[in-house]
Design a protein. Structure first.
Length: 196
């Protein structure tokens, strides 16, 4: 039947097929060529007579083993019709691995709550991505150094910026040290700057 507009998406898959078993010797067990999800997926007939559910059982891997309640005799004919449309399961759970691409993720869709603990490792951070304003101001960062475990601490010999000590703090510099013209160091009240 034609549709006005866009035709609906099919919710089942076409799989019309028929197994035909000519009987040569007395036999009651047959192997079907298609998986059977439930009894209603197939129609069984013997010599043209449709069989009801109590005349057989399905078993084995994916219900491919059909066992009749009585042997069929030579010259009988068993037919098993697999219906043309079978329900297709729709996965409403997690998407398959490698199925979500970058283009499918909306801008700003991934926030802090979606990032697992310890998920961001060193190799995931671009060089230069972390600047001073991204570092917690309460952290004390070690200065330049040499050797294993920063055994030798170093500092420059020239001060070319204005520096004001916080009150009640101490600082130390290895000299000699020169303050470039137009720059200054202010040691606030209660603070001490030691040059060694």
């Amino acid at each position: 039947m034609p549709y006005l507009g866009t035709a609906p998406t099919p919710f089942a898959s076409p799989e019309t097929f028929e197994d035909i078993f000519p009987i040569v010797t007395p036999q009651s067990v047959f192997t079907l060529s298609k998986d059977v999800t439930s009894e209603t997926d197939i129609l069984i007939s013997i010599n043209g007579v449709i069989q009801h559910g109590n005349s057989h059982i399905l078993s084995g891997v994916n219900n491919r083993t059909l066992t009749l309640d009585e042997n069929l005799e030579p010259e009988d004919e068993l037919r098993v019709l697999h219906y043309g449309f079978k329900a297709v399961s729709i996965n409403t759970g997690a998407p398959d691995d490698n199925s979500v691409t970058t283009q499918k993720i909306s801008n700003s869709a991934v926030e802090t709550l979606q990032i697992a603990d310890d998920a961001v490792t060193g190799p995931k951070i671009n060089d230069g991505a972390i600047s001073a304003n991204h570092i917690n101001s309460s952290l004390s960062l070690a200065g330049p150094s040499h050797g294993s475990n920063s055994i030798i601490r170093t500092n420059a010999k020239n001060i070319s910026e204005n520096i004001i000590f916080d009150e009640d703090t101490n600082g130390m510099t290895v000299g000699p040290i020169t303050i470039d013209p137009t720059y200054y160091v202010t040691v606030s009240s209660g603070s001490t700057w030691t040059i060694i």
